[in-house]
Design a protein around this ligand. Structure first.
Ligand code: ADP
Ligand code: MG
Length: 588
């Protein structure tokens, strides 16, 4: 069985066991806090570790959950079982608003914005009369079912860890799904994900809201466990501490959240007692120890403590259970010889430089068109204009009769244009199969919720079957379960082609697919491209390697200094004296 599932089952078995063991009350309380903290950290694993978005503001969302239930149960007499969901809803709405405003920011602006958000909510909680200012709200009821108190001790332990395990399970399911693969693609920058038709902004907002809702549930539990709420538990210091726990435990792993929360909570308590005794005076010396610990972990174990354990575990082998799955729906393809791409006088100016100067060419269905020219000729820029990565200065691009100039790269990819990248863009810690399945993103529709609840299985099978089919189509059938990051350059480039093919494209665009390949690998690539052509695929190829281009292209477009030098069949281009002088002469 998959080791992660074994770990989960072990944890599920341990919870009732711990509940009946004669553990001292002190340790039960410790475990209760650890469960609460881990729940918030779990959200941070998704947001920061997986999604690459750093937030210092998680404690503020814990606060929204806590204050909502405190105020509503104390002032309105609402049942805490109802306030849980009201708190989650309020948190989701606040996170949505904060997320939509801040998640378009890049670099350091997002962490800074979350600090601002954490600070302002802290001062809001501390200054509102209705929320008891800095004293907070006192006298909350313990959680109970009927007359049975489950808000303290062992019963609360079972409740908290039950919620934690359920959330961790949902998270593991999510990460292994169509939506999860999209989320895992966020960290590598948005260009590749958007080219696969993924709305990176939507997924960023989604994980921001999800992490906030987990924090809110932790806040609800905390409020009723402590039976009092005050702003200090939800300020920036706690926000930093949550991030701290997660990073030390292992920000990229679901289990890292539990390890980190456990370690920091236990160390915190032990050091608070031990250090003043050692040093002889009282003070918060544990903070210094944590600071040192953090630096050491970041230096020597940047993936956190969990990575020490995780590394030793064999990668789970995916069970190949999709052979019977029905094929994904296919796109209407253009008929052989139809005009697929019509590029009309496109121009791109970067300040005073005209990188692409009124270039026109066409691609008919079933053709391989090569775009060649010396370095700096404007090939990549042309490619980016066609695929919507760059906006046109003037001119127009028509794809299958429809004007696509002005559309985003995501919208264009959804219309059936799939591409690879000059510098391979992949998710190194996913398998080849998973990376390739990312290409079929827009051919599925199951989202976050159905992934967590595992109602996405039928669709997942169809996606994996398609990914396997495309890998086999280009001769990569032996690499399915290989870690993508371990591949050599040749297979990596082929993997990108399989990923693009997974989108069921009407036009395939390849940006220097032969760059960095050895001679034999180039021949393999030429075979693959010829085979795709024989299957009716239309291809635009940006390439440096003249041999390859001359071998496989039906039509060549030659650029120099942004302008069109000539275009025609390879024979025609080869004999053109201008091309010989400008390009072939300088090439080896
Ligand atoms: P190629 O792919 O044919 O080597 P490019 O399309 O990358 O050429 O570049 C064409 C010209 O445009 C070069 O002179 C390059 O310096 C310039 N260029 C490309 N991208 C940008 C940019 N984002 N900003 C300014 N100049 C650029
Ligand atoms: Mg280039």
């Amino acid at each position: 069985m998959d080791i992660r599932k074994t770990g989960l089952l072990a944890l599920i078995a341990a919870v009732p066991l711990i509940a009946v063991l004669p553990l001292p009350d002190f340790w039960v309380t410790q475990l209760n806090y650890i469960g609460l903290y881990a729940l918030t950290c779990l959200g941070l694993v998704l947001l920061t570790g997986v999604g690459g978005l750093t937030s210092f503001g998680q404690a503020a969302f814990v606060g929204i959950g806590a204050y909502t239930t405190a105020w509503l149960t104390l002032n309105m007499g609402v049942s805490p079982w109802l306030t849980l969901f009201i708190g989650m809803a309020l948190t989701a709405v606040s996170a949505l608003v904060v997320g939509v405003i801040t998640l378009r920011m890049s670099g350091h602006y997002l962490p800074l914005a979350t600090i601002a958000w954490g600070l302002s909510l802290y001062y809001l909680m501390g200054n509102l009369d209705a929320l008891g200012k800095y004293d907070g709200l006192l006298g909350l009821k313990s959680l109970s079912i009927g007359s049975f108190d489950i808000g303290q001790g062992r019963a609360f332990f079972v409740l908290t860890w039950g919620i934690l395990i359920a959330s961790a399970t949902g998270m593991l399911h999510l990460l292994d799904s169509r939506a999860g693969r999209a989320i895992r693609s966020l960290k590598g920058g948005s260009q590749m994900a958007e080219a696969m038709g993924i709305s990176t902004f939507r997924y960023k907002v989604t994980i921001f809201v999800l992490a906030a809702v987990l924090a809110s549930v932790a806040g609800w539990l905390l409020a009723h466990f402590q039976r009092t709420v005050n702003p200090s538990a939800f300020g920036l210091k706690m926000g930093i501490e949550y991030l701290f726990m997660t990073v030390i435990g292992g920000v990229g792993h679901v289990w890292g959240a539990i390890v980190g929360a456990g370690l920091i909570k236990i160390l915190d308590d032990q050091l608070q007692v031990l250090l003043p005794k050692l040093i002889g005076t009282s003070g918060s010396y544990e903070v210094i120890v944590f600071g040192v610990l953090m630096v050491l972990v970041l230096k020597y174990l940047p993936d956190g403590l969990w990575s020490v354990v995780g590394r030793k575990m064999p990668a789970p082998k995916r069970q190949q259970d999709w052979n019977e799955a029905p094929a994904l729906p296919a796109r209407d393809k253009p008929a052989q010889g139809d005009l697929v791409l019509d590029v009309d006088k496109i121009r791109k100016q970067f300040g005073g430089l005209t990188a692409v100067n009124d270039i026109s060419f066409q691609i008919k269905s079933g053709q391989i068109v090569g775009l060649i020219g010396p370095n700096g000729a404007g090939k990549s820029t042309t490619f980016n204009l066609v695929t919507g990565v760059l906006s046109l200065t003037s001119g127009s691009v028509k794809f299958r009769g429809e004007t696509i100039s002005g559309l985003s790269s995501r919208e264009i990819s959804r219309k059936g244009m799939a591409r690879t990248f000059q510098h391979v863009k992949m998710i190194p810690d996913m398998t080849v199969l998973e990376n390739v399945a990312l290409g079929a993103h827009t051919r599925g529709g199951k989202g976050v919720l159905s992934a967590m609840l595992r109602t996405n299985r039928a669709e997942e099978k169809r996606l994996f079957k398609e990914a396997q089919r495309q890998l086999e189509r280009i001769g990569m059938g032996d690499y399915l379960h290989e870690q993508a990051g371990n591949l050599a350059m040749g297979p990596q480039r082929l993997m990108e082609i399989a990923r693009a093919l997974c989108a069921d494209p009407a036009l395939l665009l390849l940006d220097e697919p032969a760059a960095g390949l050895r001679h034999k690998e180039k021949q393999g690539l030429a075979d693959v491209l010829r085979q795709l052509k024989s299957e009716g695929m239309s291809i635009l190829l940006v390439e440096h390697d003249m041999d390859l281009v001359m071998q496989i292209c039906d039509h060549l477009v030659v650029m120099e200094f942004g302008t069109l030098l000539t275009q025609g069949t390879p024979e025609h281009v080869q004999q053109d004296p201008m091309v010989r002088a400008a390009y072939l002469g300088t090439e080896h």
